[in-house]
Design a binder for this molecule. Structure first.
Ligand SMILES: Cc1cc2nc3c(=O)[nH]c(=O)nc-3n(C[C@H](O)[C@H](O)[C@H](O)COP(=O)(O)OP(=O)(O)OC[C@H]3O[C@@H](n4cnc5c(N)ncnc54)[C@H](O)[C@@H]3O)c2cc1C
Length: 373
């Protein structure tokens, strides 16, 4: 065997896995793109989530909580830029108060630390002078991280521990071989090469169902296979480009969530460089969609309408189209929320539906998979 463990996918999760498993095992990471994290891991909000919204005891809840602490610790130790700037979940008016209470209840049930209910108008104004709200929940463990820096630090740690990372290699076929797997990959010049591994971890994000299909798993599941089929949910961002309006935002600001639509509602995030983004919105697409990461300027009026509910001075002209990301969803359109799927079948591990909070949870997912193995 060429490697003890092959990981398909050099996104934030595949790289977190690689640094966790390398050292004691020979690890190979394979990715079809020319650099790591070119897909979902570099097209997200960069928020280090606190673990508030997810059903208590779900993997999203437990791995987010654990991953939040691990991410701050890792970034401190590896000089990755991270800012624990805090987040406000706001009730814009009285009609949001029940939903805010529900979020507060979920945060308590999930034992999320550093949560405070704020209803004092002076305090709300002091925290976010340009935001309209009648009450809010403060989350002190929420922050933002340099996503690319985080992935670079995982890749460096993995290679220092002896892992190799093969970019520009698209896995096109997999056979079960004696003692493991034989992967066929198409390289940058179209040539085919093979690599063998005892254990295979499918951390291919949007590509995960296709990899499982190569192994013969039924995507809609059967009595021994969970449902592996994923839908795609597009999230667009618009950036607040008027300097004084952008500078007025000091924290992450989220209206109460819209789980049924597949997202958290159009919210305000500051990234690690201090730029201010609105979004992402939600649009269900089917799993055959070709992912186009170009900025999409078709929704300015809708973003303005959603955000001006709590940013009353915002004008459409303050907004410019920003990045686009795609959520890999096990949740069916309009269906109940789905948890992360981390499924082991002998020497095969499948990671499915690794949408938000997957970046926050990456280090905890890596530990979880190590225990599974
Ligand atoms: C709009 C949006 C906002 C988000 N915001 C946040 C946030 O604020 N905080 C947070 O914690 N999480 C957030 N997330 C979630 C987070 O970005 C993902 O959970 C995380 O990036 C998933 O990482 P990954 O490594 O599983 O997948 P990916 O980054 O998609 O990596 C998978 C890799 O597999 C490779 N691959 C696929 N098929 C093949 C193949 N056949 N051969 C070789 N390589 C292959 C791809 O090239 C890709 O690089 C957000 C997601 C979206 C879409």
């Amino acid at each position: 065997m060429d490697a003890e463990i092959a990981i398909i996918g050099a996104g934030v999760v595949g790289l977190a896995l690689a640094q966790q498993l390398a050292g004691t095992r020979q690890v190979a990471v394979i990715d079809r793109n020319a650099g790591y994290g070119y897909e979902t891991s570099s097209h997200n909000s960069g928020v280090v989530h606190a673990g508030i919204y997810y059903p208590t005891g779900s993997l999203k809840h437990t791995l987010c909580l654990e991953g939040n602490a691990l991410t701050y610790e890792w970034c401190g130790a590896h000089s990755v830029r991270i800012n624990r700037l805090g987040k406000l979940i706001i009730a814009v008016d009285g009609t949001d108060l029940d939903a805010l209470d529900a979020v507060a209840g979920q945060a308590a049930s999930n034992e999320v630390g550093a949560i405070e209910r704020i209803a004092d108008p002076a305090r709300l104004r002091e925290l976010e002078p340009s935001v309209r709200s009648v009450a809010a929940l403060w989350s002190g463990s929420s922050g933002v991280v340099d996503q690319l820096g985080l992935m670079a630090s995982f890749a460096a740690a993995a290679t220092e521990r002896g892992a190799w990372i093969a970019l520009k290699h698209d896995v096109t076929a997999i056979e079960r071989a004696e003692g493991g797997f034989r992967l066929t990959m198409r390289g940058p010049d179209g040539e085919e090469t093979t690599v063998t591994a005892e254990t295979l971890i499918n951390s291919a994000g949007h590509g995960a169902p296709a990899i499982a299909h190569m192994l013969g798993y039924p995507l809609d599941g059967d009595d021994r296979t969970p449902r592996l089929r994923q839908a795609v949910n597009k999230g667009r961002y618009y950036d607040i480009v008027t300097p004084e309006k952008a500078r007025a935002i000091r924290h992450l600001v989220y209206p109460v969530p819209e789980h049924a639509k597949g997202g958290l509602g159009v919210h305000v995030t500051l990234d690690i460089d201090g730029l201010v983004h609105l979004g992402p919105d939600t649009e269900w697409l089917d799993d055959s969609t070709v992912l186009d990461y170009r900025a999409d300027g078709t929704r300015r009026a809708a973003f303005h309408a959603a955000a001006s509910r709590y940013l009353p001075s915002l004008l459409e002209d303050d907004l410019a189209p920003g990045q686009v990301g795609y959520r890999p969803k096990l949740q069916a359109p309009g269906g109940p929320q789905a948890d992360f799927l981390i499924w082991r079948d002998g020497p095969y591990v499948h990671l499915g539906g690794i949408e938000s909070p997957g970046m926050t949870a990456a280090l905890a997912i890596a530990r979880h998979v190590q225990q599974l193995l």
